[in-house]
Design a protein around this ligand. Structure first.
Ligand SMILES: [Zn+2]
Length: 383
């Protein structure tokens, strides 16, 4: 059986690690194109100045406009060429990181997440949008980032909702990897990078990826609540360090090499509902995870463990928690339809998928989640 695994060349996290950014730039040359939103640059300006001076390197400012579009990528590639940049840095949240991946095209790339809201930093893929912000296409590169550099103090100083959302994204990783493994479905790690000529075919997940996904879930259960409390006080503790690693590294490697399945497909379906737009990716994925567990009829114990975790850290457990107070039958059908388009990861579940069973799982998950939450709030369940 053909199997594949992909990961960044180096992952480093630590307190004040941003001060070492210049060192990593220096391993490529004397200057780096810095792709970051001006607000994020302002947040870390002091550290950037210190590391630039210490390692005698230059950051080429890019005036990044905030959208990962083909036009913006082309413009930034010209800026890099004109300034003879030795490498590319993507600093900040998802858009800056994805744009940097597209500009670098799999070469000499340093990713510096300033929040731990998703598991995108370690991956070899990016999402392109039109200049108006509509979905355009997925892009895959020949390599994952050269360096993923995380300053845990910066993450601890960011709003706690980002960290919790990252836990929502990480929560799905084990269940989706488990389903993918059972189904012998293909994983992103085996996808062609850019050109398809002579493509050697799809690949399945490794035991390694499933083990990382399992550790991801165990870490969330063990350290999630403690990490949230630390982040609320803007301090770095071992629990917060473990959760940053779970949200970014374990979840990132887990999804790319372990596989996506029902949770992310149901998330994608839910995005057609207007009410969900103000909620973060990971928040919707948390509910998608519950819906996947219902779809595969996971054990009551497992479902309750996940519900308890979500309620404890403040992740959504029902549709109302992601801005959907009421859903019509037509809307529900549309959500299920979108979750079940042919290219969706839902077909990595280890059984045949029907739109009506996906719709049923969403409605049942909503009922189970809202009833469980109500019982908890009234003190009806003693743990
Ligand atoms: Zn995700």
């Amino acid at each position: 059986m053909r199997k594949a695994f992909i990961c960044p060349t180096k992952y480093v996290q630590g307190e004040s690690e941003l001060l070492n950014l210049g060192y990593f730039v220096k391993t490529f040359g004397d200057s780096a194109l810095l792709i970051a939103h001006p607000d994020d640059v302002a947040r870390v300006k002091k550290q950037l100045d210190i590391t630039a001076e210490k390692f005698n390197i230059t950051f080429v400012e890019s005036n990044f406009v905030g959208e990962c579009s083909r036009e913006e990528v082309t413009r930034l590639q010209k800026v890099a060429k004109k300034n003879k940049s030795s490498c590319t840095i993507g600093l900040g949240g998802g858009k800056a990181i994805d744009t940097a991946k597209c500009v670098a095209q799999g070469e000499s790339l340093i990713i510096v997440p300033t929040i731990a809201a998703t598991d995108a930093p370690t991956s070899h893929s990016a999402v392109l949008y039109t200049p108006d912000g509509a979905f355009d296409d997925y892009a895959y590169f020949k390599q994952s980032p050269s360096v993923v550099l995380i300053d845990t103090k910066i993450i601890a100083g960011a709003p706690v909702r980002f960290l919790v959302s990252g836990m929502g994204d990480a929560l799905s990783t084990y269940f989706e990897a488990r389903a993918t493994s059972k189904a012998f479905a293909n994983v992103n790690a085996g996808l062609p990078c850019g050109f398809r000529e002579g493509y050697c075919g799809p690949a399945k997940s490794t035991n390694t990826a499933l083990a990382l996904a399992t550790l991801c879930y165990q870490t969330l259960m063990e350290d999630g609540i403690k990490a949230k409390e630390a982040c609320e006080k803007n301090v770095v503790t071992p629990a917060l360090e473990n959760i940053i690693e779970a949200n970014i590294l374990l979840s990132g490697l887990g999804f790319e090499s372990g596989g996506l399945a029902g949770a992310h497909a149901i998330h994608d379906g839910l995005t057609i509902l207007e009410g969900t737009h103000q909620y973060f990716h990971g928040e919707k994925v948390a509910f998608g995870t519950l819906a996947q567990l219902v779809l595969e009829n996971a054990s009551t114990k497992e479902l309750e463990d996940v519900l308890d975790f979500c309620l404890a850290v403040g992740l959504p457990v029902c549709l109302a928690d992601i801005g959907v107070d009421h859903i019509t039958d037509t809307q529900l059908c549309q959500v299920a339809e979108k979750a079940c388009i042919p290219e969706e990861s839902i077909y990595s579940m280890p059984f045949p998928i029907r739109k009506d069973s996906v719709a049923a799982a969403i409605i049942a998950a909503d009922k189970i989640g809202s009833s469980y939450k109500a019982k908890k709030q009234s003190g009806g369940i003693v743990c």
